[in-house]
Design a protein around this ligand. Structure first.
Ligand SMILES: [Cu+2]
Length: 95
């Protein structure tokens, strides 16, 4: 085995581990968002969760789409944060 093929094999072996702790996106249904200020409250609650990278809310659809590092936080932690702010939420694209 050459040094070059060894390096390639090592890179391939490490790739899945790097992909494991990754960005995950979840769409949450937030039925309690009923007026224009609700999305801001929900967004700030979700943004406060450690590991959350991005939040996008839709008042029309009553959803919050959250991108987070799944090595740092979980969907449960995010739904707990919205609940603490007064908004129940549940995942719509995960069972
Ligand atoms: Cu409101």
């Amino acid at each position: 085995m050459t040094l070059k093929s060894l390096a390639l094999g090592l890179a391939l072996a490490l790739a899945p581990a790097a992909a494991f702790a990754a960005e995950q996106t979840v769409t949450l249904s937030v039925p309690g968002m009923t007026c224009a200020s609700c999305p801001f409250i929900v967004e700030s609650a979700i943004s406060g969760v450690n590991g959350v990278q991005a939040v996008e809310t839709s008042l029309e659809a009553r959803t919050a789409t959250v991108t987070f590092d799944n090595a740092v936080t979980t969907v449960d932690a995010i739904t707990s944060a919205t609940l603490s702010a007064g908004y129940e939420s549940s995942s719509v694209n995960e069972s």
